[in-house]
Design a protein around this ligand. Sequence first.
Ligand code: NAI
Length: 333
Amino acid sequence: MVKAVVAGAAGGIGQPLSLLLKLNPLITELSLYDVVNSPGVAVDLSHINTPAQVKGFLPENNGAEEALKGADIVVIPAGVPRKPGMTRDDLFVNAGICATLAQAIANAAPKAFILVISNPVNSTVPVFAEVLKKSGAYDPKRLFGVTTLDVVRAATFVSSVVGKPLDAPKYNVPVVGGHSGATILPLLTQSEPQIPAAILNDQAKRDALIKRIQFGGDEVVEAKNGGGSATLSMAQAGAHFANLVIQAAFAGKTTVVQSYIDLEAAPGGKGVQKEIGSDLAYFSVNVELGRDGVQNILPIGNIDDQEKTLLAAAVKELGPSIEKGVQFTPAPP
Ligand code: NAI
């Protein structure tokens, strides 16, 4: 019996994400919260003959907390997406929305796994942590910034450059760091299957591949031409990540994924801080998922000199974004 909640469920990501969660047979209860349209989305999805019982909630009558009561996992794509020319940092307006949702989770579902999709993830995850800390409801093992779309894109783009696009599902290219531009660090040298040396040693090809993974989101923003950012691919990535968290917590299936987390969540975080040469509090790392969420933080591992240079750039850019999230003061309710 797993209860999942989507906050921002009527949006571009929220609707397909809710659909994919409705199709997950492990979910028995699905609550959809949004400031608009969530009851309609809920009734629509409720006709699908899968186990999850779907209900929609609006802010009226304390709707957020009603939706969240008893939640095991909350997935959050609430907020404004990018328009052409905007960076994810321009979305810091979403910090207020995140703080409000964090408070509602602290009040109604303090033990839930929290999966943050709302951008800028590099800052919104610290915003969640700070609000939860103030309510005494913070468990760093249970808070995740969803960077799965970067990992999904890396597999797709790498398989294409290697000339094996049909093998995209077989590729596993770890992506660490953060979730915007230069903070996104794809570890091409750790790709499985390996990327042929002829490609890795071709500087122009390698640079183009890294840039495409780092700025893949811009391709979508530009193609949608004012109509928003990635929604369908993000919904798939978010539902996949949610499923892995659920499988680890409720079906005993441990996996290793990358996610942007508090490095204090598990002892391995100190080792990562040594590897990155910084005491950054948050980083997207290799996370072993278990019953309580983050079970173990694994090392980044061997990287080459070019990746070390990119790592230094990622660390430099992440610091201020984390600080911005930590320092954010929500408006009084
Ligand atoms: P959207 O505008 O289509 O949907 C956002 C939804 O949030 C809307 O339905 C809106 O009514 C709702 N909302 C606004 N304030 C709310 C509140 N206080 N409580 C609950 N719901 C609220 O936007 P879209 O395209 O779905 O993107 C959502 C967020 O996800 C954006 O911040 C976007 O940048 C981010 N994103 C993150 C990605 C990642 O890899 N982590 C990838 C793509 C987008």
